[in-house]
Design a protein around this ligand. Structure first.
Ligand code: SF4
Length: 78
């Protein structure tokens, strides 16, 4: 089982990205309300946690579409 290396720049909360991110920017296009490039531009991080059901659905689309499986929701990791 892979170890999840949560990027430190992620906002506190259940949604986060890991260093598996390849910086493809897809999540930033799908859900720019929550995902943006890290300060060094290498990764994407969650800068705001989704709150409403609609926001969580959108973040879920980004998670499913991530080609590197780098987006995670702690609720789903248990
Ligand atoms: S979709 Fe996945 S691999 Fe692409 S930038 Fe977002 S977290 Fe990184």
């Amino acid at each position: 089982m892979n170890t999840l290396n949560r990027l430190a720049e992620n906002a506190a909360g259940t949604w986060f990205t890991t260093d598996d991110c390849i910086g493809c920017h897809l999540c930033g296009e799908t859900a720019p309300e929550f995902f943006r490039p890290s300060d060094d531009g290498v990764f994407h991080i969650v800068f705001r946690q989704p709150q409403s059901p609609e926001e969580i659905d959108l973040a879920g689309v980004a998670m499913r579409d991530c080609p590197a499986e780098a987006i995670h929701c702690a609720v789903d990791e248990t």
